[in-house]
Design a protein around this ligand. Structure first.
Ligand code: SAM
Length: 232
């Protein structure tokens, strides 16, 4: 009875694994879900290989490396690894780029951005307990360059603007004008856009050197909604 119970516990989702097991799961995720599809940016692949995703979804165990989104509490989710990599790649980041994320959630996407840019990442979360736990987790993992703030990301972060890239990880009904304003010339933003009952599309906004803005509709996606008063 007791050995069986011990076996069941050891095989449970939260079972402790050796570091090499997590590394192996992460490598499989990168090979099968990212490199085998269309993720080719070496810095993005390196970041996805480095960030310990299982520590951002406590209790998920090996499921953290599955090809699907997962709940993170408060009715919110962490995106599927492929979508995290796809959106990061679409920003065409380089080292030193200053980025803004709207929708911190678990802090995972912010950690990926920090690995790619090696500099400050600003991230805004509207659900205070999520912001608090993400900030704590990021600090414990040594992501000191990620700055987390509680607030409505629709408004962006004017004190830190302009940004080289902005990523919105919640579905908006329209592209928030304050975020477009906070892009540097030459900068890119990616955001899921769609009406409440309509299909959402990842949308890429590019601010050209002369300040004009180009909008490109990309792949269909499903994200939790961008909330907050301003988005309505
Ligand atoms: N990027 C996150 C991660 O890596 O775990 C996952 C983001 S989850 C799909 C979307 C997040 O956006 C949720 O945590 C939600 O609370 C947040 N959110 C929704 N509306 C927001 C707003 N107006 N401002 C800031 N955060 C918002």
């Amino acid at each position: 009875m007791i050995p069986l119970l011990a076996f069941v516990l050891a095989c449970g989702a939260g079972a402790a694994r050796a570091a090499e097991d997590w590394d192996k799961l992460r490598e499989q995720m990168v090979q099968r879900q990212l490199a085998a599809r269309d993720i080719t940016d070496a810095a993005v692949l390196r970041a996805m290989r480095t960030v310990p995703r299982h520590l951002f979804v406590p209790g998920a165990g090996s499921e953290a490396y599955g090809d699907f989104p997962l709940p993170i509490g408060h009715g919110q989710t962490i995106s599927q690894p492929y979508i995290v990599a796809y959106m990061t790649q679409a920003l065409r980041l380089k080292q030193g780029d200053k980025t803004l994320e709207v929708g911190t959630g678990s802090g995972y996407q912010a950690a990926v951005l920090a690995e790619v840019t090696r500099t400050n990442v600003y991230t805004i979360e509207i659900v205070e307990p999520l912001a608090v736990s993400a900030a704590k987790r990021l600090k414990q993992l040594g992501y000191d360059k990620v700055v987390v703030k509680v607030g409505d990301g629709y408004l962006g972060w004017p004190d830190q603007a302009p940004f080289d890239a902005i990523i919105v990880t919640a579905g908006a009904e329209h592209v928030p004008p304050p975020l477009v304003k906070q892009l540097k010339p030459g900068a890119r933003m990616i955001i899921p856009v769609g009406g409440q009952w309509a299909v959402q599309y990842l949308t890429i906004i590019e601010k050209l050197a002369d300040g004009t803005v180009r909008t490109m509709r990309d792949i269909p996606v499903r994200f939790v909604p961008l909330t907050g008063k301003q988005g309505k």
